[in-house]
Design a protein around this ligand. Structure first.
Ligand SMILES: [Zn+2]
Length: 307
């Protein structure tokens, strides 16, 4: 068990990533062929699952399922020494023997029902595939690059540049003042859903500055204190969500209509209801927070609990 516990989906990675093995192609080939190896299949960024969870194949089946040239990533080793991989299937699965074994499931839907353990593992694989999908060519010279190191590096054969998978830091924050917190909604959200505010960290910014800037831009509030709470790896496409609680100076909202359709202040009691099915506001509207696999849900829950 990890020493640190994090309530967020995709966090608490359960495997030893064995990073020192990544450059050893012979070791990786042996690990894939290992009789106890575990292989997850991906197609268009979605994992192959059945009603019980992720369907794990033997690594030796990779060539038959996906071909030897398939984009394959090494995900780590579990406590029993079993190596884990993912491979990308590009051909139509309907003519494969796996057709009646399950289906490639939308990752968000899967994350809402898979075990924490499997969510973390396939989330890591998805973040890697998202990054590879956007980095087929060298950002230094433009030449086509290739995957190496078990999926943890791309090599440029022309200028010799090495490219490593990146994460994009995103601040996600709950503005609070006294016993109330502020949630906002974007036009694309389901009707009635309100969430924490969020935005990418820009060059030249500390997390605190990014938080204060986004809060000011989106709802017009002045941040006077920022408290770090926790983070969440978020593989859509490859972000790190940094959960913050932003103490603000007042409650007068000025919305950026391009980003925020509506914002509201909730008491602690209303916020508690919003994360447990929904709360009814004094004007009769129903308001609810995102589901538990979203860090916004966990951030509201933590604040309601006294964070
Ligand atoms: Zn290059």
């Amino acid at each position: 068990m990890p020493l640190l516990r994090n309530p967020n989906a995709f966090a608490d990675y359960p495997l030893d990533k064995a990073g020192f093995r990544r450059r050893d192609s012979a070791w990786l080939a042996d690990a894939l062929a290992h009789e106890a190896s575990q292989l997850a299949l991906f197609r268009k960024l979605n994992p192959f699952c059945n009603e019980d969870g992720v369907v794990w194949f033997a690594g030796a089946a990779r060539d038959a399922l996906c071909g030897p040239e398939a984009n394959t990533v090494f995900l780590g080793v579990d406590g029993d020494g079993r190596p884990y991989f993912a491979a990308e299937m590009t051909r139509d699965p309907s003519d494969s023997f796996i057709a009646d074994m399950g289906a490639f499931e939308d990752m968000r839907a899967a994350a809402a029902r898979l075990s924490d353990r499997e969510t973390s593992i396939v989330g890591c694989a998805r973040a890697l595939y998202e990054w590879h999908g956007r980095h087929s060519h060298c950002s230094n010279c433009g030449a086509a690059t290739f995957i190496t190191d078990g999926g943890w590096r791309r090599q440029c054969p022309a200028c010799k540049a090495e490219h490593f998978p990146k994460v994009d830091p995103v601040v996600i924050m709950l503005p609070v003042r006294g016993d109330r917190c502020c949630l906002g909604r974007q036009a694309r959200f389901p009707r009635g859903m309100f969430s924490a505010l969020a935005g990418f960290v820009e060059p030249g910014e500390s997390l605190e500055e990014a938080c204060a800037r986004e809060v000011k831009e989106e709802v017009g509030l002045d941040t006077i204190d920022v408290r770090y709470h926790f983070t969440q790896p978020w593989p859509f496409p490859h972000s790190l969500m940094i959960g913050l609680i932003a103490e603000v100076a007042d409650e007068a909202l000025t919305l950026d209509q391009d980003e925020i359709d509506e914002a509201i202040w909730l008491t602690r009691e209303e916020a508690r209801a919003a994360i447990s099915g929904g709360c009814t506001m004094p004007d009769g509207r129903k308001v609810f927070a995102p589901p538990p696999f979203a860090i916004a849900h966990q951030l509201v829950k933590a604040w309601v609990g006294g964070a």
